[in-house]
Design a protein around this ligand. Structure first.
Ligand code: SF4
Ligand code: SF4
Length: 100
């Protein structure tokens, strides 16, 4: 989702697209094409393919096809956050610097 933020302890965004396999609930102000929306228990969410991939995720490039109008939740997700680290199988936080 976020491909710009840099974190010294991480390689650049791996482009794995895993963060686009999560349920994204739409919030007030989000304006995505209705054809990409599904309702779960009364909540409007981005629709997903059987493998969990968001329907707006390009399966080849693994880029968001609606990047300019992506939901707020996607805008707030930063590479290197705990969720991304967990998805990538990394420890929850960077190793603390060694004591002097
Ligand atoms: S999970 Fe992290 S590394 Fe993978 S695409 Fe998302 S932001 Fe990039
Ligand atoms: S809307 Fe775009 S950034 Fe958000 S989950 Fe779908 S493909 Fe990823």
């Amino acid at each position: 989702m976020e491909h710009i933020t840099t974190h010294p302890d991480l390689p650049l965004c791996a482009g794995c697209g895993r963060c686009c396999h999560l349920v994204v609930e739409l919030r007030p102000g989000d304006s995505v094409p209705e054809a990409l929306v599904v309702e779960h228990d009364g909540a409007r969410c981005m629709d997903q393919h059987g493998d969990g991939a968001c329907v707006a995720l390009d399966p080849v490039t693994r880029l968001c096809t609606i990047y300019e109008i992506r939901p707020l939740t996607c805008r707030e997700f930063n590479r290197g956050e705990a969720l991304c680290r967990r998805i990538l199988g990394l420890p929850p936080s960077p190793a603390a610097p060694a004591a002097p």
